[in-house]
Design a protein around this ligand. Structure first.
Ligand code: ZN
Length: 94
């Protein structure tokens, strides 16, 4: 927990990108909520990382705006990294 809060404070102060498992990401405050912005490992565009569960399968989606986005199911290579990023942020309440 200590380590995570340090990471988050660092993001907030310097607006810098972090890298986890080769995927670049940062936290962006939108209204009063934090969004996780990532450089999409599939198409290289920036987007918001959201959870996208279908039935009981966990997945993640990178929203690129305009109704487009990339989906990463749990069988995909990038899933573990996206999961780690998401959990490191959402595991703590804002
Ligand atoms: Zn994409």
């Amino acid at each position: 927990m200590m380590v995570l809060s340090e990471i988050i404070r660092c993001e907030e102060d310097f607006n810098g990108w972090r890298e986890t498992g080769g995927i670049k990401w940062k936290l962006v405050k939108a209204n009063r909520n934090w969004q996780i912005q990532v450089i999409c490992p599939r198409c290289g565009k920036m987007g918001n990382l959201i959870r996208a569960n279908s039935r009981n399968r966990v997945g993640y989606r990178v929203l690129h705006g305009g109704g487009t986005g990339c989906h990463f199911g749990w069988t995909q290579e990038e899933f573990d990294t996206l999961d780690a990023i998401y959990r490191s942020v959402r595991g703590r309440r804002f």
